[in-house]
Design a protein around this ligand. Structure first.
Ligand code: ADP
Length: 663
């Protein structure tokens, strides 16, 4: 229902209720007054008439009574009139016969009279306090009832007119009020429909005008907001498009597809930041792809290597292994399972017999070196593997990665080295042949002299037993010396050698010096010994170690001779010093010469196999490379430096301690 109708109905209803109440009150008031007046009039008429007829009743003047009744009945309101004398005898009466015929019943009030539409009243006729009869009369209520009905009718008409009037005014008022509301409603509908330019006229200063004002302000605010929103939406759409472009580029970069140019790189806003971040991402991805390719190439290269390569992370777990490692260590890898660590590799390898020399749980330098290597400390160690293989293992610690362990099969190298050493020994033997001859000649000469002297004495019969005995002792002593030299040469010429034998480094050095001295005898070159310790027990191949010292002394000799140039009898001193480290765990052997030293540019190449500066036929270039591997095998190191006059080679070798000796 519209507001206008509600207003009209509302006002009409109020008006109706008000009118109904007024009419009711008016009716009640009017009806009450008219009926009371009628009642009073009837009673007054009865009283006055009783006074009027009292004389005629006393005198029983019936004619007067009739005339008085007739004249009183001229009043139209009276329906009947009856005069009763003593004993209630009717003395005169007149009026409506029907009413007179009815038995008299006095009405107590107006409502009681409405039943027969007349007010029935009576009044006694008293004279001096004596009762002579009574007057009974009936007054018609028709006029009063007609007046009341008329009043009701007019009231109703008035009320209806009033309601109509009020409804009309209500309509007008509603129309005025709702017109402004309708304008507001139309405005709201227009706003709802999106017309934010809609404004409503503001008339007056009432509440509706204020509402209209508020409406206009709201529309203005909405309009402004919408303009901002539209602008923002346009910006957002533009940004979304740019973001989509960048996201597209990101997707391509992530899929490793080429992206030639990332859009919006120069923008100063967050899209620009995103574009620049994508650019960084692209660079990172390029780098990742490059590194991955590089990694793949490296892995392929590693896989092509014959050397075994394995990388253990800082936590000890295996990060990478190449094919050669996987092939060579399949047994260990299968036995350990997925969680391969350096320590597990070594312990399982020993357990399943992959390291035969360590299988008995032997604690030796090899085991300690390997344990340190697989614990991530790095180092170098040569170990024997199942099947008679020799493997040179090298562990290198790399900061942030862990330990890289490489293993090269040096079986062939060792075999050829053994052959080379043997050949080298034979060459040394050959070189030493002259000195040897001299060495053997000396005892042989002494023997020959002693025998000849004995012969001479015996020929002259002067062979005293003491003299002969003395000569025999001499002969025996010289024979032993010769036998010693020959024995040593025989041992030196042997091919195979126990690499885990214990021997005295000092004794071995002295034997090497003796051999070289024999060779240098007759020249102006000399070997000096400076030995600070009586014995230094080590583990390794004794003869090969002697060969190392022979090589170093021979190189020193060659350097001195080379420096002398054309001098036929060059002189010089080769100094061999031996001492132990203060803590007694290492033995340091130094070979110093006066040969002028080694050019700095050659220092890095000295240990390369076949590197020599000597004339063809004189040098093999194997001396130092063999020496290096022998010393490394023994767990030691070899260093070289120049002194003021020549070169100094220093060997640092671990000594066998008493604990190990016991085992
Ligand atoms: P070779 O002695 O057969 O040449 P080496 O491996 O023993 O092979 O030595 C390699 C090279 O090192 C020598 O040719 C020489 O140039 C250099 N060299 C070794 N020792 C010395 C030394 N004491 N003084 C100078 N140069 C040396």
């Amino acid at each position: 229902m519209s507001f206008r109708l509600k207003t009209i109905f509302g006002i009409a209803l109020i008006e109706f209720i008000v009118m109904a109440v007024l009419i009711l009150m008016n009716q009640l008031n009017f009806g009450g007054t008219a009926s009371a007046q009628l009642f009073n009039r009837a009673e007054t008429t009865a009283r006055l008439f009783s006074t009027m007829v009292s004389d005629a009743v006393i005198s029983t003047d019936l004619a007067t009574l009739d005339s008085m009744v007739a004249s009183t009945l001229s009043n139209d309101e009276l329906i009947y009139l009856r005069v009763l004398g003593p004993g209630n005898t009717v003395m005169a009466s007149g009026g409506d016969a029907g009413a007179l015929a009815e038995p008299f019943a006095e009405d107590a009030d107006f409502d009681a009279a409405l039943g027969d539409h007349r007010v029935d009243v009576s009044h006694s006729i008293e004279i001096a306090g004596q009762d002579f009869g009574s007057i009974e009369l009936g007054v018609s209520t028709a006029q009063v009832e007609a007046d009341i009905a008329s009043a009701v009718r007019w009231n109703a008409i008035g009320a209806a007119l009033g309601i109509l009037l009020v409804a009309g005014f209500g309509y007008l008022l509603g129309s005025i009020l709702t017109r402004q509301l309708s304008i507001l409603r139309d405005g709201a509908i227009a706003l709802e429909g999106g017309n934010l330019d809609m404004r409503v006229p503001v008339k007056g200063r009432d509440e509706l005008a204020q509402t209209a004002l508020c409406f206009n302000r709201m529309a203005e605010a909405l309009s402004t907001d919408r303009a901002a929103l539209v602008e923002r939406q346009a910006t957002l759409i533009e940004k979304r498009d740019r973001v989509e472009e960048i996201v597209y580029c990101m997707g391509r970069i992530a899929d490793k597809q080429p992206v030639h140019a990332i859009p919006s790189l120069k923008r100063g806003d967050e899209i620009g930041d995103m574009a620049r971040a994508t650019h960084v991402f692209q660079n990172v991805m390029d780098e990742v792809v490059r590194v991955r390719n590089e990694q793949d190439r490296l892995i392929k290269a590693f896989d092509r290597l014959n050397e075994e390569v394995v990388i253990f992370g800082v936590d000890g777990r295996m990060l990478f292994s190449n094919r050669a490692f996987q092939r060579a260590n399949m047994g260990i890898i299968e036995a350990v399972g997925d969680d391969l660590t350096g320590a597990a590799f070594l312990s399982t390898g020993i357990e399943i017999g992959e390291f035969p020399d360590l299988a008995e749980g032997a604690i030796g330098p090899d085991f300690e070196a390997l344990s340190r290597m697989f614990a991530g400390e790095g180092g170098v160690c040569e170990v024997s593997r199942k099947g008679g293989r020799h493997v040179m293992m090298q562990g290198t610690r790399v900061e942030g990665i862990g330990t890289i362990v490489t293993a090269s099969d040096v079986t062939e190298l060792r075999d050829s080295q053994a052959q080379l050493i043997h050949a080298s020994k034979l060459a040394t033997l050959g070189e030493m042949a002259a000195g040897m001859a001299h060495e053997l000649n000396q005892p042989l000469g002494v023997i020959r002299m002693a025998a000849a002297n004995c012969q001479r004495r015996m020929a002259r019969n002067r062979a005293e037993p003491d003299y002969i005995n003395d000569k025999f002792d001499r002969i025996i002593g010289q024979t032993e010396r010769a036998a010693q030299i020959i024995d040593h040469m025989r041992i030196f010429g042997r091919k195979d050698e126990d690499r885990s034998a214990r021997f005295d480094l000092v004794r071995a050095a002295q034997d090497a010096i003796a051999m070289m001295r024999a060779q240098l005898s007759g020249s102006a070159l000399s070997i000096e010994e400076n030995i600070d310790c009586s014995a230094a027990m080590a583990v390794g191949p004794r003869v090969m170690f002697e060969q190392v010292l022979v090589n170093l002394i021979a190189n020193a000799r060659d350097a001195i001779i080379a420096q002398a140039g054309d001098d036929d009898d060059p002189s010089g001193v080769i100094d061999l010093r031996i001492h132990k480290a203060p803590d007694g765990t290492q033995c340091i052997l130094e070979v110093c010469d006066t040969g002028g030293g080694i050019p700095e540019q050659l220092m890095d190449r000295l240990y390369e196999p076949f590197f020599t500066t000597k004339e063809p036929g004189k040098g093999t270039g194997l001396g130092l490379s063999i020496s290096y591997s022998v010393i490394v095998q023994m767990g030691g190191t070899i260093e070289v430096e120049n002194t003021d006059v020549g070169a100094r080679f220093r060997l640092i070798l671990p000594l066998e301690n008493s604990e190990h000796l016991a085992s």
